[in-house]
Write a protein that binds this ligand. Structure first.
Ligand SMILES: [Zn+2]
Length: 235
């Protein structure tokens, strides 16, 4: 009944996503066009906990900037496990560094800069001919020693994949615009992150699977930080 109605309603028309009769999440056109309507079940929700605390090491993105790039870092901090330890370094105005997100060894996520603002994570850098990658990117730090043998944990991959899927969906970031600090820095001899043992294939395949199968919903709580240790990145 519903399908028959939709097929009649769709005959000869292109489908606008603003149609009051349907949403992208529930209905989509079949491969043969308007004559075929497929009903898809809603994607199961994955709730992503994010703790928030605000770093002073941030400023406005240039006016009109579109966020279209995601930069993966690691923190180069042997012996550190917790995202909050790195967050405390980002809270120190003297460090002059920050990132939008930090993912600890247990997969916990701390956000230090709002997406709309410019975090100071990539320093002097270039991506696809554009300078100052901080202007148009989101920076994610993975807590890791950067030795090449310190593992990125399963929990870190899981959180990174879910967070990335959310950001890709939110800002329409192309998967080809997800890259590492080491690939955009103007100082490749100094910045080597993420470390050699970071599994790009596992990460990017995971993001594609997440986008196809799950809807990521953030669960945000405020964070009261403790402790202070060093980090990386730059203005
Ligand atoms: Zn970095």
């Amino acid at each position: 009944m519903v399908q028959a109605f939709l097929m009649a309603a769709l005959a000869g028309f292109s489908v606008a996503t603003s149609s009051p009769f349907m949403s992208d999440e529930v209905f989509s056109l079949g491969p043969d066009g308007p004559d075929e309507v497929q009903i898809q079940p809603p994607k199961p929700v994955l709730t992503l906990p994010i703790q928030q605390v605000e770093s002073p090491n941030q400023d406005d993105r240039p006016s009109g900037t579109v966020i279209d790039t995601l930069i993966v870092h690691d923190t180069e901090t042997p012996g550190v496990h917790k995202a909050t330890t790195i967050a405390n370094w980002f809270l120190n105005p003297k460090s002059e560094v920050s990132a939008h997100y930090i993912i600890g060894k247990a997969g916990e996520i701390v956000q230090c800069v709002a997406d709309a603002r410019r975090a100071w994570h990539a320093g002097p850098s270039r991506f696809e001919g554009r300078e100052k990658v901080n202007d148009f990117s989101i920076g994610i730090e993975l807590v890791n020693a950067q030795t090449g043998s310190d593992p990125f944990t399963d929990a870190q991959y899981a959180s990174l994949i879910a967070l990335t899927a959310d950001l890709v969906a939110r800002y329409n970031i192309p998967l080809t615009h997800i890259t590492g600090h080491r690939h955009v820095t103007n100082y490749p001899g100094i910045k080597h992150d993420p470390a050699d043992n970071f599994d790009w294939e596992r990460y990017l395949v995971g993001v594609q699977e997440m986008l196809a199968n799950r809807l990521v919903v953030r669960s945000v709580t405020p964070l009261v930080p403790v402790g202070v240790v060093g980090g990386s990145g730059g203005r």
